[in-house]
Design a protein around this ligand. Structure first.
Ligand SMILES: [Cu+2]
Length: 162
C-alpha cells in the first residue's frame, strides 16, 4: 500500500497536468467575458474569478459613447453579501485595496477598465464556491440611473488578462 501510493500520486499528477493543458488551450479560443449595453453605456469583457477565500472580484471594460461622463456608483451581486467598488493602489511597493468612495468615472466618449491590478468590483462574502464554468450575476448602478445586469463567466485568477 505504501509502496504503490507514490506511483498513483504521479499518475494523478500527470492526469491533472493534461487536464490543465486541455483547459488552457480551450480557453484561448473561448470568448473572454460577457457584454451588455444600456443606452450610451456598454460593458464588455466582463468576468469574475474563482474565490479562494470568502471574497472575489469582477473585472470588465465600461465604455461611454455619450457626450457627458457617466459614473459607476454601486453594484450588487446575487452570490455575494455585498459588492463594493475598490481600487488597488501601489503604496511604496505595498498593494492596498481601497474603497472607491466616489465610484468610477466613465469619461464622455471614453472608457474605464476594471482589471486585476486596478479598479474592480469586489464581491464580498461569496455565499458559494465559484468554480470555472460557473456563472454569477451582478448589477452595475450608475449615477444617471442606468443599471446594467451581467451574467459573468467565472475564470481562474490570472487566466484572462487584457
Ligand atoms: Cu477589492
Amino acid at each position: 500500500m505504501n509502496k504503490i501510493k507514490p506511483v498513483l500520486t504521479k499518475i494523478a499528477a500527470l492526469i491533472l497536468i493534461s487536464v490543465l493543458f486541455a483547459c488552457s488551450s480551450a480557453g484561448s479560443n473561448s470568448p473572454t467575458g460577457t457584454s451588455a449595453t444600456s443606452g450610451n453605456v456598454s460593458v464588455s469583457g466582463a468576468y469574475a474569478t474563482m474565490n479562494a477565500g470568502p471574497n472575489t472580484a469582477a473585472y470588465m471594460i465600461i465604455a461611454n459613447s455619450g457626450n457627458t461622463a457617466e459614473r459607476l456608483v454601486a453594484a450588487s451581486a446575487t452570490d455575494a453579501t455585498v459588492a463594493t467598488l475598490h481600487e488597488t493602489q501601489n503604496n511604496n511597493g505595498v498593494m492596498l485595496m481601497l474603497p472607491a468612495r466616489d465610484g468610477f468615472e466613465v469619461p464622455a466618449r471614453g472608457k474605464v477598465e476594471l482589471t486585476p491590478t486596478g479598479k474592480h468590483v469586489m464581491l464580498e462574502n461569496v455565499k458559494r464556491q465559484l468554480k470555472v464554468g460557473d456563472t454569477t450575476a451582478i448589477v452595475l448602478k450608475f449615477q444617471s440611473g442606468k443599471e446594467i445586469a451581467l451574467t459573468l463567466p467565472v475564470y481562474e485568477p490570472g487566466s484572462h488578462k487584457h
